[in-house]
Design a protein. Sequence first.
Length: 252
Amino acid sequence: MSRSERLFDLLQVLRRHRRPVSGRALAQEIGVSLRTLYRDIASLQAQGATIEGEPGVGYVLRPGFLLPPLMFTPEEIEALVLGSRWVAGRADGRLAEAALSALARIGAVLPPDLREEMEGTSLFIAPGAPIPADAIDPALLRKAIRTERKLLLSYCDANAAASERVVWPFALAFFDQVRLLIGWCELRGDFRSFRTDRIATADMLEARYPIRRAELVTRWKQWKHAQPREGESQGEAGTAPARFAEEPHDAA
């Protein structure tokens, strides 16, 4: 175990304890000697962690200390690299650039041993089928979601039927071959998903939707959970799609 991993594990253990815990107990939980534990506690204190206590009494970590980027474990670094590579290859241009930029920033602050781990990782994203190009700027959709603003969409469904509707957007879903905008549709009075490559135009309106985004997400999850599974009778569930978030489809 590298020193950075050990310090990370020590912080995680301290965070789990609300009351002072003895140095011997901490050392046993992490798997180091008592002497090494004391050195690690001193190192964390030097980095700004408010660890109170002393040998023979016990230690407790006060809230407020944030882990610097150099405290990532090798597995966390692999996850970040893998996720960034997927975004760079499968998301729209701006998100792809942001993913690569974020990865470069992380690499710049990592110590040499962890930077080598990041640059030498052998986890790669296999190329997939081309994603249909969007006619609109996906950044506009993300901005509308962040600011909780209504969108006026011109949309063309799988049957080439065009429609115009006002949507309260609250999420984007990324599949291997398509991207979906998820929101509340004023025209249908229900939750709907829209393939972003079938949105002809999108205008962000001045009006904010009347429900907070977090509440909309909660209601959508409840709605999705209430839908009958494939092969079951819909009963009173209405005509909303039963497999809303399980596979790409039009629900317009």
